[in-house]
Design a protein around this ligand. Structure first.
Ligand code: TLP
Length: 399
């Protein structure tokens, strides 16, 4: 077994499903394809993509490159694969990437940077607005003249920035980080798993936000509701290297135009396109945060997710995440919530995440707030967590 894949499976890693279709807020990855996508999938013209013969993948890659203002694009199986092939294309073995301590690339990708890329990561702390302290960023570049040190080969940022409750990072900030990276001769990669949520929240054009970056990965399979896939964009040379890297990790997918067809629908202009409707998810997240903030037992998640202790602050929910803390044992609360037909998930230590997405309507938000109220009541007595410190109290907030 490969060294990076050891570890015992947990007793039960599949979430038991309730009898009724739940209001599933665990992630926007649970979205199902639209009727227009299903029709496009059924009708898709396909070919062997490893030979470059799949017209639907070629069309998707051309559309993605044009939309984000880059020379070329590559369709990959997942956001994780997108970040991995981007690192393989940017970094030589033994180099170092600068990335956020809490980023998906560092925490949730099974150490692909170390296991597959052979790179170390210099981890920076993010601030509550999702940005790096720029002096800390400047200080993180290694001295290329010192043979003891790794050579810095990449800066990576995440937009939207999950740990800060999915805040969007601005065009100006992205440009500043890119300028600093480029001064050191290093490219900037954006993990834009929810890049279009950032575009919609900021009210900018995709090409403006992608412009300063050397590469961007965005996911089709999250808020854009496609069944599978992500796209990496960048220069022609970079995408050629990423294509080779995709082969290396076994990601050459042959007639995957059936999957790309849904992506073309999602990125289309007009009524079937999925980008502008992300604004509805953001409104619903805000509604949910407002509803939850009014409940006893719900409080600030702490840390950079919400640095102020006390009640949950709805102003933190600017895209499609709501992250909060309960003054109960989180697992018992989540079980009680599931029994009431609502799924949410743990998000880091002791905090809970709800993600709004296609298929969740304002009425579901009202039902969710009612279910949370009931689940809090269900777990008030029995939970050993009832003795936990009050939510949002200074001692209860993550540092
Ligand atoms: N994130 C998933 C989980 O893996 C945590 C989620 O439910 O949010 N970058 C970011 C910022 C992401 O949030 C994710 C997925 C990825 C990359 C990876 O995408 P996939 O799941 O397609 O490999």
């Amino acid at each position: 077994m490969a060294a990076g894949c050891r570890g015992a499976p947990p007793a039960e890693w599949r979430y038991p499903r309730p009898a009724m279709p739940p209001i599933d807020l665990r992630s926007d990855t649970v979205t199902l394809p639209t009727p227009a996508m299903r029709a496009a999938i059924a009708a898709a013209e396909v070919g062997d993509d490893v030979y470059g013969d799949d017209p639907t993948i070629n069309a998707l890659e051309a559309r993605a490159a044009a939309l984000l203002g880059k020379e070329a694009a590559l369709f990959v199986a997942s956001g994780t694969m997108g970040n991995l092939v981007a690192q393989l294309a940017h970094l030589a073995r033994g180099q170092e990437a600068i990335a956020s301590r809490d980023s998906h690339l560092v925490v949730h990708e099974a150490s692909g940077h170390a296991v597959v890329v052979g790179a170390s990561v210099c981890m920076l702390r993010d601030r509550p607005d999702g940005t790096f302290d720029l002096d800390e960023l400047r200080a993180a570049f290694r001295d290329p003249g010192d043979p003891h040190q790794p050579v810095t080969g990449l800066v990576a940022i995440e937009n939207t920035h999950s740990q800060s409750m999915a805040r969007p990072l601005s065009v100006e900030y992205t440009r500043t980080v890119a300028d600093i990276a480029h001064e050191h001769g290093v490219p900037l990669h954006v993990d834009g798993a929810r890049f279009f949520n950032a575009v919609v929240a900021l009210g900018v054009r995709p090409a403006e936000l992608a412009g300063p970056a050397d590469s961007v990965t965005f996911c089709l399979s999250k808020g854009l509701a496609c069944p599978v896939g992500s796209v990496v964009v960048g220069s022609r040379d970079f995408i050629w290297r990423a294509r080779r890297a995709r082969k290396l990790v076994g990601g050459g997918m042959r007639q995957a135009g059936f999957l790309a067809a849904a992506g073309l629908v999602a990125l289309s202009d007009g009524p079937d396109g999925m980008i502008p409707r992300l604004a509805e998810d953001h409104r619903n997240a805000r509604l949910l945060a407002e509803g939850l903030a009014g409940l006893d037992g719900i409080g600030s998640p702490g840390g950079i997710t919400q640095p102020t202790p006390g009640p949950l602050d709805p102003d933190r929910a600017v895209t499609n995440f709501v992250v909060f803390r309960v003054d109960r044992e989180p697992a018992a609360f989540l079980d009680a919530l599931r029994d009431r037909g609502v799924l949410m998930g743990p998000f880091g230590r002791d905090t809970i995440r709800a993600v709004t997405h296609f298929g969740i309507r304002a009425a579901d938000i009202a039902a969710t707030v009612a279910a949370v109220r009931d689940a809090l009541a269900d777990t008030a007595e029995a939970s050993p967590g009832a003795a936990r410190p009050a939510v949002g109290a200074a001692s209860g907030a993550l540092a």
